[in-house]
Design a protein around this ligand. Structure first.
Ligand code: BYC
Length: 472
């Protein structure tokens, strides 16, 4: 088992004490990170004790410890998954060569950009969520929010480690810049679109965890295939933590659906606003929004950037090594949905430039499995309603559909029809105001806001009414 050294200032399993230059660079960055965390991390709860999970090893069995921690004292550290002996570059032009332990000079700029783009999302999400603690629907949910936040903070550490360890002065400058950009800031925005959107309420938070963190899963899984071994090892461990974030999203939405169904049956109506619930049609509009902005995060359908990342051996496909093909893709094609006048058609495109779309396909299939589980709850209540993923061309800002107007069912429509109907498909000002009106904090252990059902079980075997955050 690879233990983690907690006696050091920066917990790590990368023998940081053997590299004094790197250790000094990270120790210099640490107070700046903590300053950022105080300024931009969870607002109002920095002095409270939270029942958190901390990584104590990278062993799949028992890698985490649970206990009360004040967030600024969380042991953020650097943990890489176990190295795979004899690992090779598994795809692209360098296929079959030993995996790189150092950055290949020719790919330095590209790799740096990939790591910075990934790293930038992590503090961005903490910034987006910093006001949510004030309106938590329960202590259980408050704790889950903070767990997600501290782990996103750790994911930032993971990327900063790579930048500082492998990119010299440029890397250190990028590490500083990661603490300077701000989500939604007009002058210094975060890099990717979805990370400049607001997360103003808990319905948005759960949708974000379900849809946007899942983009994280697919992007990290592709980077875990990288021929640059330190990136692969870093991403493999990050994926372990990411699973909880998607769980928070999926179960959060499921509990809102559950509560909606209970209220519908109790009051024999689907107009739940009188009864303080979130009706399924409103949920569908939030779903449409979060799904579409997350689909944008995969980049353009046809992307030479994606082809270059692959050919260079830097970013693979989801489960690259499980695929049975040549892992070069020079001859292969892939079916891509494209706009053809007022229709959407499938066209075979060269597989290499279609890699963003292929990853998006893997992602959509995974999202659909989650939505099916929500629909199972609705079906069990005997209610005739189905939540649906919007068509991938709906409400897109990146890629070939960005210019088109497309309905959630995939029909290409006119601007006039869009103007007349978009309020049926995306959250309206009225929806947002209603959801905001529900955001009243509930902080008594075991109590839950009226619009969300309690979870089936607590965290780490604790009861649901456990004091997950000590507010006293
Ligand atoms: N917004 O060839 P294209 C996570 C830019 S989430 C703004 O289509 P490419 C997390 C692009 O930079 C996972 N700009 O795209 C979740 C490019 O600019 P240049 C984050 C965008 O490069 C929840 C141009 O448009 N990880 O971890 O193939 C909580 C044309 O680009 C966007 C990663 O994203 C956008 N949405 O693919 C916490 C992995 N999309 O070159 C965390 C690393 C594209 O013309 N990043 N552009 O200046 C990548 O692999 C790629 O950069 C992308 C874009 C897949 C994002």
């Amino acid at each position: 088992m690879a233990g983690i050294d907690y006696t050091e200032r920066i917990p790590n399993n990368v023998s940081l004490h053997e590299n004094r230059r790197l250790q000094r660079a990270l120790e210099d960055w640490q107070p700046k990170f903590l300053e950022w965390w105080q300024d931009m991390g969870p607002n109002g709860y920095q002095a409270k004790e939270v029942y958190l999970r901390t990584a104590i090893s990278v062993d799949a069995q028992g890698w985490a410890h649970f206990g009360y921690v004040r967030m600024p004292e969380y042991r953020w550290g650097i943990f890489l998954a176990e190295p795979e002996q004899g690992r090779q570059v598994n795809f692209g032009d360098h296929k079959g060569q030993p995996a790189w332990q150092e950055v290949p000079g020719e790919y330095r700029g590209t790799l740096r950009r990939l790591i910075v783009t990934q790293g930038d999302t992590e503090p961005a999400s903490v910034e987006q969520q910093r006001h949510l603690g004030r309106t938590c629907p329960s202590l259980y949910d408050l704790r889950n929010l903070f767990q997600v936040n501290v782990e996103e903070g750790r994911h930032l550490w993971a990327m900063v480690y790579l930048l500082d360890a492998h990119f010299g002065r440029d890397g250190r400058e990028e590490s500083e810049a990661l603490l300077q950009r701000r989500s939604g800031d007009a002058d210094k925005p975060r890099i990717l679109g979805a990370f400049n959107e607001k997360t103003p309420d808990w319905l948005s938070f759960f949708m974000f965890c379900f849809f946007t963190d899942r983009d994280g899963k697919y992007q990290l899984a592709s980077l875990a295939e990288s021929g640059f071994d330190p990136l692969s090892q870093t991403c493999r461990f990050m994926l372990t933590e990411e699973a909880h974030h998607m769980f928070v999203g999926e179960v959060g939405i499921m509990r809102i659906v559950q509560r909606a169904c209970e209220l519908m049956r109790e009051h024999k109506t689907d107009d739940l606003r009188k009864h303080g619930g979130i009706d399924l049609r409103t949920m569908q509009r939030y779903l449409n929004f979060h799904c579409s902005v997350s689909l944008d995060l995969f980049g353009s359908e046809i992307s030479t950037n994606a082809a270059n990342f692959y050919t260079a051996g830097l970013k693979g496909r989801f489960e690259e090594t499980k695929k049975q093909d040549d892992h070069l893709l020079n001859e292969a094609t892939y079916g891509v949905a494209e706009l053809d006048g007022d229709r959407i058609v499938m066209r075979e495109e060269p597989a290499l430039v279609s890699l963003n779309e292929r990853l998006r396909d893997d992602y959509v299939a995974d999202c659909a499995r989650g939505v099916a589980r929500w629909n199972e709850v609705i079906r069990k209540h005997g209610i005739d309603f189905e939540l649906k993923l919007p068509h991938r061309a709906f409400h897109r800002a990146i890629g070939s559909f960005a210019e088109a107007r497309v309905a959630p069912d995939g029909r290409v429509i006119s601007q006039a029809e869009w103007d007349a109907k978009h309020h049926e498909w995306l959250p309206t000002e009225e929806d947002k105001a209603y959801i905001q009106s529900l955001m009243v904090p509930v902080t008594e252990p075991g109590k839950f806001a009226n619009w969300i059902a309690p979870p089936a079980r607590g965290i780490n075997g604790q009861p649901v009414d456990f004091e997950y955050v000590r507010l006293a």
